[in-house]
Design a protein around this ligand. Structure first.
Ligand SMILES: NC(=O)c1ccc[n+]([C@@H]2O[C@H](COP(=O)([O-])OP(=O)(O)OC[C@H]3O[C@@H](n4cnc5c(N)ncnc54)[C@H](OP(=O)(O)O)[C@@H]3O)[C@@H](O)[C@H]2O)c1
Length: 330
């Protein structure tokens, strides 16, 4: 889409801006032409190659996510990206990860940029395997033989958490997802022992059907009613890693809150631990790279082509239409 002929010439590129806060819809995005930035001392210019779409962007668009930098109307949105250095302080061609997605070119301070090791598919850098690893190993203290329940199991982190739980010795891995097709995919393609559709009634009963011997570890991407169900089906001493709050996060539903009966937590000595991958930088990185190399960990991806497709990619993600990590290739 960009009209670059050489990095030394004046060039134009494109970025996606938020028009106004509100319920995510196509009218909230504007694609604008911009000059390609020129790197100054200590800066690098990066040509973005892969942009990751995330559910949290829904709430950022709605203007209601206080734990992350806000999306400002009239400005380019931000999000995870992998790109290639094309000018500035670093050697052209180096692959880097950063948060200035939603645009073709990103101008970055070299000091804050992380060079990426080579992976067969660079998209794997955006698949959040390290987040899943930190949740299972650090927050939930996964033990061999555990029965692990992963919510939003067909999503970006969920697909990693289910596979990593198995690789780290879980005895049974079960999940929830938003459609019968996703449930079948989790079991048929991704190695889950069983799964259920979270739109069904009586979630605790559904969970008990797929985990008849109870849940030892819950990897919680969702919060709300699924957390309540997990507590109900938890075994004594169960450990719950609170990773995300999708039930209230997409900016499209008013769900998200649920009442937890703390007596069950006390009686069953359940621990709930919120965590963020940022607190465990690099944890599991070598092990994950090894699994990717030998094919034991796969990275499910839904791909879109071109920046103009990015709004649709995000909106469809928020509607639960895709599996794995949703990527826009530029
Ligand atoms: N703690 C950390 O360090 C950390 C780091 C990164 C992200 N996170 C958080 O982890 C969570 C998962 O992230 P992700 O990137 O894996 O998400 P994602 O793949 O972007 O999630 C998309 C999926 O969310 C599901 N979903 C949407 N609305 C839902 C609802 N109301 N109830 C249940 N599921 C819903 C849909 O799947 P279905 O069709 O299956 O419903 C959709 O496909 C997010 O809350 C994110 O903010 C935490």
């Amino acid at each position: 889409m960009s009209t670059v002929t050489a990095m030394t010439q004046i060039t134009t590129a494109h970025e996606v801006r938020l028009t106004a806060h509100g319920r995510p819809g196509l009218e909230r995005f504007r694609i604008v032409e911009t000059p390609v930035p020129v790197p100054g001392p200590g800066q690098v210019l990066v040509r973005n190659r892969y942009l990751a779409m995330r559910a949290a962007m829904g709430l950022l668009m709605a203007g209601g996510e206080p734990t992350m930098p806000a999306y400002r109307p009239g400005e380019a949105m931000w999000g995870p990206a992998v790109g290639e250095v094309v000018a500035g302080d670093w050697t052209p061609g180096i692959l880097v990860a950063h948060d200035l997605g939603w645009r073709e070119y990103a101008l970055l301070e070299a000091a804050g940029v992380r060079e990426l090791p080579e992976l067969a598919d660079p998209v794997a850098h955006l698949a959040q395997a390290e987040t899943a690893y930190a949740g299972l190993v650090e927050a939930a203290r996964l033990r061999p033989g555990d029965t692990v329940f992963v919510s939003s199991a067909a999503g970006s982190i969920g697909t990693m958490a289910g596979q990593i739980a198995r690789l780290k010795g879980a005895g049974r891995v079960v999940g929830s997802a938003g459609s019968a097709a996703k449930v079948a995919w989790l079991v048929g393609e991704l190695g889950f022992d069983a799964a259920f559709d979270h739109h069904e009634e009586a979630l605790a009963e559904r969970l008990r059907e797929v985990a008849p011997e109870g849940v030892d570890v819950y990897f919680d991407n969702v919060g709300g009613e699924q957390l309540v169900a997990a507590i109900e089906v938890a075994n004594p001493g169960a450990r719950m890693a609170l990773c995300g709050a999708l039930a209230g996060q997409t900016g499209r539903t008013g769900q998200g809150l649920a009442t937890v009966d703390t007596r069950a937590l006390i009686a069953k000595r359940i621990s709930l631990r919120g965590f963020t991958a940022r607190d465990h930088p690099g944890l599991g990185r070598e092990e994950i790279a090894g699994w990717l190399r030998d094919g034991r960990l796969t990275v499910p991806v839904t791909r879109f082509a071109g920046l103009r497709e990015a709004p649709r990619a995000l909106l469809e993600l928020l509607d639960g239409r895709h599996t794995g990590t949703v990527i826009v290739e530029l």
